[in-house]
Design a protein around this ligand. Structure first.
Ligand code: IPE
Ligand code: IPE
Ligand code: MG
Length: 247
């Protein structure tokens, strides 16, 4: 039976988040520059987005550039920024064709101006699409997001002190970049690295984690299916015991 046919359509993860890792190693293995890996990573993005949209996944978040990634060699950072522009240009039609709505998380205004403008343009263009919501994490890190939330809470409430008893998870989440996005049910990280790298640490409190050795440029929708099939074999207990879940 095809992997895709093994997926239970009634138990799909509502939100899948992906740490797309291994572009540099993929290129170096082939004797190429790291940027060759990033370019080929775009094909993996396209296939994964199409695969997720076709399955009926509601939210797909892709970690594309972390705040720590600014510390890479300047040449690589510049190449990644140019690649963002060319990818937005080349993928716009596919996104629209697949009824995908684009959102971003991260400090978008801290990206080069032409990148910010392109992204905002595409967010507007796809705002009324009703299929998959594709969330690009760009200039994102979870600690930045949490500190930023605290800053916003204080700035917004300068005039009227907040009632401490009104602060709870729901209150705090309204100040996160992901305020209208459900928590990820499934996190996928490629390239055989077993860490979170400052990604969605608040939101992943109860996500199922899936790690694969596949390097990101080789990742295709079949690898996505494999992760979903694995996810569907798990029992999510949220602190309860098995018997309570099965009822
Ligand atoms: C992921 O691939 C892409 C980004 C972080 C932008 P890497 O560039 O981290 O590839 P490796 O981990 O060095 O192989
Ligand atoms: C995480 O990958 C960030 C992105 C995928 C954008 P990295 O390759 O930067 O992660 P570390 O630094 O190896 O943990
Ligand atoms: Mg990496």
């Amino acid at each position: 039976m095809d992997l895709k046919d093994q997926i239970d359509k009634k138990n799909l993860p509502q939100h899948i988040a992906v740490i797309m890792d291994g572009n540099g190693r993929w290129a170096q293995k082939k004797g190429n520059q790291r940027i060759f890996g990033h370019k080929n990573g775009v094909k993996a993005v396209r296939d994964t987005v199409e695969g997720a949209a076709e399955l009926g996944i509601n939210f797909l978040t892709l970690y594309a550039f972390s705040t720590e990634n600014w510390n890479r060699p300047k040449q690589e950072v510049n190449a990644l920024m140019s690649l963002l522009i060319t990818s937005i240009n080349s993928e716009t039609d596919t996104l629209i064709k697949n009824n995908v709505r684009l959102l971003t998380i991260g400090n978008i205004d801290g990206l080069p101006k032409n990148v910010t403008a392109k992204l905002k343009g595409l967010i507007n263009q796809t705002a009324n699409n009703t299929g998959l919501t594709l969330v690009l994490a760009l200039n994102y890190s979870a600690r930045w997001e949490i500190v930023n939330a605290v800053k916003e809470i204080i700035a917004e409430n300068r005039q009227n002190p907040i009632d401490v008893d009104s602060i709870n998870n729901e209150f705090f989440e309204r100040y996160l970049n992901t305020k209208d996005i459900p928590d990820p049910d499934l996190l996928i990280r490629t390239s055989g690295e077993y860490r979170i790298s400052n990604f969605l640490i608040w939101q992943m409190a109860y996500s199922e984690l899936y790690f694969t050795e596949v390097l990101w440029p080789d990742f295709r929708r079949n690898d996505l299916y494999e992760a979903i099939v694995d996810y569907q074999k798990r029992e999510r207990r949220f602190g309860k015991i098995s018997e309570q879940i099965k009822k």
